[in-house]
Design a protein around this ligand. Structure first.
Ligand SMILES: [Zn+2]
Length: 536
């Protein structure tokens, strides 16, 4: 009797194992990495990017790789990082020699897979600008770019147990970029590292997501509904849902490891918003077409075809209001290589950036932070200020009303004054939301009972900021004369307050005084390196 039960149990476990195995091997059938190579057995993958002179960009490139691998559940060791810590350098350019050298120095002792990547720098890295006229769909455009039309990179993937690479390939991509006809400014350059990252991640599409190392659940689970606009569904008719699932996979990778947050119970709703290139309008339409659901986040997804041709690092790619539950984002263009590809990593990063705003995160001038306001840096790490802010708001976030969210937020936000480089943090708007929070969906204004001057000084121990916050609230109330006075008083106290200059310029503009508006706009400009002034 017992034996029979045991037999049946073994049989059931066997069937379950077969099921697990077959679900994995069905993904594996896509693998093109040589005969019988089981990528899913491999746990530790080391990436090594042959360094170029452009360290900063290479670092970003490594991040892209990390992100990709982490999202797939592989453990990654970055050989460059280890070398840097030990003040070591590899001078060889031959991939096998690099792998041997790293192994002999014991830097790859437990890695199962080594990936060595190098760009064919000598051709593509001659950064000579040139331009030419070309016709795209019968319309004349001026293209600007490097003097070589393609970037080639060499990739070798080694298994530790094999002498020869399991896969070697050279990938080519365009490095062209596009400039608007009527605009003499050069538009964004397609950075070589970006091209390589694109090439490599495209190949990695074939690697199955089987060996999940970090599969523990995050403590804070946020339900998400995606409202997927017709514009997005029509662009990717067969794949839109899978695309968004993959974006969420990347996004969760960022959110789980840094904030202990995970997006769950995804719901995809077909949406027809008559997308009109204005994400603010999209968000308004989202409010109109859905009822408030405080128990989940609602993200509208659109696709702005114009971005393919007119992308700049200041393009509007996403929008969300502080402490709300809703956001709208567009599919993210790849860097303007004639816009053939939509960029999966940028899309995931924008998704996380907007969710962070919902949780109260503010823009920071540090372009290593995911809360840097401009696109194109591919940073996916949170800065310390925003980590602390979100740390205070994330618990019970979706169980609270907008007003209740304000309490932990205001306590944490006001500590921002203690963090370095506060003058350049755009905190006027965020601090104003503590004094007067507007629920954008219901248009209800929650006034903080402490909205009197004396209480605000107690709340915000920085008089320049208090005057600026008052000025901002007056500006929003169309009380321009008072707003001007408040900002001038703020600047008198702190002449280096870049954001106050910026808002003062906006008030003058609204008041019809262009001369003063230009003056303060110019005064704010020198600070734009510290703090990127939106659309200036
Ligand atoms: Zn933002």
């Amino acid at each position: 009797m017992r034996l029979k039960v045991l037999l049946i149990l073994t049989l059931i476990i066997g069937i379950i194992l077969i099921l697990i195995h077959s679900s994995c091997s069905s993904t594996q059938s896509n693998v093109k990495l040589g005969p019988d190579f089981k990528f899913s057995d491999k746990q530790i993958i080391t990436t090594y990017v042959v360094p170029s002179g452009n360290i900063e960009k290479d670092e970003t490139y490594i991040r892209v790789l990390h992100l990709d691998f982490q999202a797939r559940g592989y453990k990654v060791i970055d050989a460059n990082e280890i070398l840097k810590i030990n003040f070591e350098k590899i001078t060889a350019t031959n991939h096998r020699q690099i792998a041997d050298s790293l192994q002999s120095k014991n830097y790859l002792p437990s890695s199962d897979i080594y990936i060595i990547v190098s760009a064919v720098w000598d051709s593509a890295f001659v950064l000579t600008f040139y331009s030419e006229d070309r016709y795209v769909y019968w319309k004349k455009y001026q293209f600007a770019g490097m003097n070589v039309p393609t970037l080639n990179s060499r990739v070798s993937i080694y298994d530790r147990s094999m002498r020869d690479p399991i896969k070697s390939y050279t990938a080519s991509d365009t490095t062209y970029l596009l400039s608007e006809n009527d605009n003499s400014d050069w538009y964004y350059r397609e950075y070589p590292w970006m091209v390589i990252a694109k090439q490599l991640t495209r190949e990695l599409e074939d690697i199955p997501i089987c060996s999940i190392v970090d599969n523990k659940k995050a403590t804070n689970q946020y339900k998400v509904s995606f409202l997927v606009d017709k514009s997005y569904r029509e662009a990717f008719p067969d794949t839109w849902m899978k695309r968004l699932q993959l974006r969420t996979l990347y996004a969760n990778d960022i959110l789980r490891s840094q904030l202990d947050i995970e997006l769950s119970q995804l719901e995809f709703v077909e949406w027809n918003s008559n997308f009109d290139r204005d994400l603010k309008n999209s968000l308004e339409k989202l409010y109109q077409s859905t009822t408030s659901n405080p128990g989940s986040l609602q993200i509208g997804i659109t696709l702005d075809h114009e971005l393919k041709r007119n992308w700049t690092d200041k393009s509007k790619l996403g929008i969300a209001y502080l402490l709300s539950t809703d956001a709208a984002i567009t599919a993210q263009p790849s860097f303007p290589s004639i816009g053939q590809y939509w960029n999966p990593i940028e899309e995931s990063i924008t998704l996380v950036h907007e969710i962070a705003h919902i949780l109260g995160a503010i823009h920071v001038p540090d372009n290593n932070s995911i809360m840097y306001p401009n696109a194109g840096t591919l940073s996916y790490e949170f800065d310390e200020v925003n980590k602390k802010i979100i740390g205070a708001t994330k618990k019970n976030f979706l169980k609270q009303s907008t007003k209740e969210r304000l309490i932990p937020y205001s306590e944490e936000l006001l500590k921002v004054k203690d963090y370095p480089s506060d003058n350049s943090n755009p905190i006027i708007q965020a601090t104003s939301s503590v004094i007067q929070l507007i629920d954008q969906r219901s248009k209800i204004i929650y006034d903080n009972p402490d909205k009197t001057f004396s209480n605000m000084f107690r709340l915000i121990p920085d008089s320049a900021l208090v005057f600026a916050v008052v000025g901002y609230l007056e500006f929003k109330d169309n009380n321009n004369k008072s707003a001007i006075n408040s900002f001038i008083r703020s600047i008198e106290i702190n002449p280096d307050f870049a954001e106050a200059h910026y808002y003062l310029s906006l008030v003058f503009r609204k008041d019809g005084n262009d001369e003063q508006a230009d003056l303060y706009k110019n005064l704010a400009k020198p600070y734009s390196k510290l703090w990127i002034i939106d659309r200036y």
